[in-house]
Design a protein around this ligand. Structure first.
Ligand code: NAP
Length: 633
């Protein structure tokens, strides 16, 4: 490879992760030297805060590293050295990590293989044989459910997976609206043990994601454990047999099966929220929710009203405006836009080439994205007690700085349209609602002549369209609801009856909580994935939470096996303490402080969805169940 080719590759790369990968692959720690230490406080600066000399040196080291790699592959030099991995993790993060943190990051890196494979629970130890039809029933074959089935299988525990759909994929199967794509970097939005270097785009589209999850289920050999087309109607704890009785709607009738434990992997965003707008039933045209996209509609010559401007709507509206005659967008609250120039870009060819050339580079690249997007940004959403500015505007100086930067971005995007600019700048702190990625597409969409943005409210829906609060009728042939999901109604509409006939939804009373996001007192051996207070807002991928929670479930079953117990029930005091801790920390976050409406809150206004702490805290608390926090049965 000549110097020009090397320079081109370097231009496409992320230098720090490339140096770490080269150091690992060549066994030469000097390729990640201490004078190129990455200061985490400067992670968001251009070139990570490296000055011109440091950049020059980094590039020279990459050239040297690539030459060394060629030599080591030819057997003329050292080869890969796995013992360097911990120190390279330290170097790449620039942080003062303890062993636990390092281990968590090594699991995410997984450059030497899947480090999250659980140890076997010895066959027959749990559950006692013949107690139930299945040791474990997993509800849902989406991202969390197939992972749970995989980890259980690795631990030697048999399970059945129950899904109402005809295939795996959950949200990625159901949401097929045009423009649907993952808004987390795709390398991070993937299982640590099942990484894919060659994502076609930095944020791949729904069919690609669905394909990935199908491929995982296939490779993991769990498809034959999945029963498709069955809907779980109810779960009832049978205290004498210590098992769950599960009633299913199978399409041809009802059926009852039993399981020693149930893992709910039903997601938070799978039940559409259809708003209660006066007159909606009178509308003469077609109307549907974004998660049930009507692919049979010929949009030409149609006038469309879209209600909502959240993450889903901002993905499909740019496509709709290309197809329909006219689109009226009804916005209640504008989202903050985060500039992401590569939002729709294919992965750089040079990067793909480097993934092929440098063993493990894709893993190091993924770890770097994970690190830079996890604790880096969330700190800007935490309240600073020293901040004396108005809380309705920002919760800390950093949060205010983010507000200024993102306002400047909007001013830049909409500067030539003051009428639109006045409508699109949010009046709540950054992070109080879900931020939306943008590469300029939202401004170019709203500026089209066939688009109108209405931001002063909806009075009612009439047969011919949507009447605004100002009395104007916006004629429409179709209404599309981009109005989100009933996120706070965890485990609905299943009826769940626990010990002594307790009803889960009455217990929660509209305000779901779970110890570690997983366990609820009175409901033994019921484990939730993506349960209450496990949603993340700006930092990283929800797959991380699914991995931690799936690990925890396996460890809970191991505890039962070790103690010769059949079931475990979380103690109410542990549950209350945990919920209070979540509430205390959420009350210090932008989404807990701001009164702006968001799907992060339950009807009572409590933040029932979000995780308010560093990601490492969830990893630590899901390593092993604390036996003192459970009653073993
Ligand atoms: P959402 O963020 O909850 O947005 C719903 C939109 O509908 C909001 O603009 C909301 O306004 C509006 N709305 C709701 N009820 C209304 C009413 N009665 N009248 C007028 N407007 C109303 O839902 P979403 O866009 O489907 O996104 C939900 C979450 O799914 C996202 O936050 C994200 O976590 C996830 N998601 C991920 C991806 C991805 O990764 N590819 C894509 C899409 C969604 P208000 O803001 O005023 O409430």
């Amino acid at each position: 490879m000549d110097q020009d080719q090397i320079e081109r590759l370097i231009g496409a790369s992320d230098l720090p992760s490339l140096l770490a990968a080269l150091a690992h692959a060549t066994g030469d720690p000097d390729l990640a030297p201490s004078d190129l230490w990455l200061d985490p406080a400067r992670a968001l600066e251009p070139e990570d805060g490296w000055d011109a000399d440091q950049l020059k040196r980094a590039r020279a080291l990459v050239s040297a590293g690539l030459a060394r790699l060629g030599a080591s592959e030819a057997g003329e030099d050292r080869g890969p050295d796995d013992s360097l991995v911990p120190s390279l993790i330290d170097w790449l993060t620039g942080a003062d990590l303890d062993d636990g943190y390092r281990r968590m990051l090594a699991e995410e890196l997984a450059v030497t293989g899947d480090l999250r494979i659980p140890e076997q629970i010895r066959s027959g130890e749990w559950p006692p044989r013949a107690a139930s039809d299945h040791p474990v029933a997993v509800i849902g074959a989406g991202m969390s459910g197939i992972l749970a089935a995989h980890r259980l299988k690795q631990a030697g525990v048999d399970c059945v997976v129950l899904d109402k759909n005809s295939d795996v994929g959950g949200t990625w199967l159901e949401n097929t609206y045009p423009g649907c794509r993952v808004d987390v970097f795709n390398h991070v939005y993937s299982y640590s043990g099942e990484q894919r270097p060659d994502w076609p785009e930095y944020h791949s589209s729904q069919p690609v994601l669905l394909d990935y999850f199908r491929g995982c289920a296939q490779r993991w050999g769990i498809r034959d454990r999945i029963r498709f087309g069955v809907r779980v109607e109810s779960l009832e704890w049978d205290g004498s047999a210590r098992r769950w009785v599960i009633r299913l709607e199978t399409g041809s009738g009802t059926e009852e099966i039993t399981a020693g434990a149930v893992v709910s992997a039903v997601g938070q965003l799978n039940r559409p929220l259809m708003p209660d707008i006066e007159g909606a039933g009178s509308f003469a045209g077609e109307q549907f929710h974004s998660s049930s996209w009507r692919h049979d509609i010929d949009w030409q010559r149609l006038r469309v009203a879209v209600i909502g401007t959240g993450a889903s709507a901002l993905q499909f509206i740019p496509h709709l405006v290309e197809l329909a005659d006219h689109v009226t967008v009804f916005q209640r609250t504008p989202p903050w836009l985060i500039p992401r120039p590569v939002y729709h870009e294919p992965l750089a060819e040079g990067l793909l080439r480097l993934f092929e050339l440098v063993p493990g580079y894709a893993h190091w690249f993924r770890l770097r994205l994970f690190w830079c997007t996890h604790e880096g940004t969330v700190g800007a959403l935490r309240r600073d007690p020293a901040w004396d500015g108005p809380l309705e505007r920002a919760v800390s100086p950093r949060n205010d700085e983010a507000r200024k930067l993102l306002t400047m971005y909007l001013e830049h995007q909409f500067g030539d349209r003051p009428d639109l600019l006045a409508k699109v700048v949010p009046d709540y702190p950054v992070g109080a609602k879900r931020v939306v990625l943008d590469n300029g597409i939202w401004a170019s969409t709203l500026k089209r002549p066939n688009v109108e943005l209405v931001s002063d409210g909806i009075a009612r829906i009439e047969p011919d369209g949507v009447r605004g609060s100002d009395g104007r009728l916006h004629s429409a042939d179709v209404i599309v609801y981009g109005t989100g999901f009933r996120a706070s109604e965890f485990l609905m509409p299943m009826r769940v009856t626990g010990r002594d006939g307790a009803d889960l939804h009455e217990t929660w009373n509209g305000d779901a909580r779970a110890y570690n996001g997983v366990c609820i007192p009175g409901f033994p051996n019921l484990f939730c994935l993506y349960g209450p207070n496990t949603n993340i807002v700006v930092n990283g991928s929800i797959i991380y939470f699914a991995e931690c929670a799936a690990h925890y479930v396996v460890e809970c079953l191991r505890l039962l096996a070790e103690r010769g117990a059949t079931a475990m029930d979380c103690r109410p005091d542990a549950y209350e303490r945990y919920a209070a801790r979540m509430d205390e920390h959420n009350s210090q976050m932008a989404w807990g402080i701001s009164p702006v409406n968001s799907w992060y809150k339950s009807a009572s206004g409590r933040v029932a969805q979000n995780w308010p702490l560093p990601l490492i805290d969830y990893w630590r608390q899901t390593r092993r169940p604390d036996p003192d926090d459970f009653e073993l049965l």
